[in-house]
Ligand binder design. Structure first.
Ligand code: 4NP
Length: 154
């Protein structure tokens, strides 16, 4: 089973939404994927996702019962793919000792229609910023599912 870790800064907005959406899409496509998420920082460890991320996730049929955790060294061995939300997350992941750059990618690199490859941080934004994040993640996750199906990795 392919194992995918979604990573953002705080693990309360973007990456839990990515986790929920990817898990839902995997289920809809009959694929068995182990999906998890984590944050670069430790400020919100143990907390549920931001209420706005929970609301948007639930409204699109995702389970949003996760709690925040920080990226740890064992993640780099456990996961086949580590998907960063923005360039700053990507850089932090690539600086980790023994990280394998071939497994670490920007999540939007799976969306062929994406012009900007970042999922912008919505934490200090409006509800509409969370809605656009969710739309970007739906498209990116469709690309991930497509690429897993094409490569027979599941
Ligand atoms: P996330 O958003 O990285 O999408 O979870 C953030 C949440 C909290 C903070 C930054 C980004 N923070 O600085 O506390």
């Amino acid at each position: 089973m392919i194992r995918i870790l979604c990573v953002c800064l705080g693990n309360i907005c973007r990456s839990p939404l990515a986790e929920g959406i990817l898990r839902r899409q995997a289920h809809e496509n009959g694929l068995e994927i182990l999906v998890d998420s984590a944050g670069i920082g430790d400020w919100h460890v143990g907390q549920p996702p931001d209420p706005r991320a929970i609301q948007i996730g639930i409204s699109s049929g995702c389970e949003m019962t996760m709690s925040a955790r920080q990226v740890q060294g064992s993640d780099f061995k456990k996961f086949d793919m580590i998907l960063a939300m923005d360039h700053s997350n990507l850089q932090a992941l690539n600086q980790w000792p023994d990280s394998d750059p071939t497994r670490i990618k920007l999540i939007r690199s799976f969306d062929p229609t994406a012009k900007d490859l970042e999922v912008p941080d919505p934490y200090y934004g409006e509800y509409s910023d969370f809605e656009s994040v969710a739309e970007m993640l739906e498209n990116a996750c469709q690309g991930i599912i497509r690429s897993i199906k094409e490569s027979n990795l599941s």
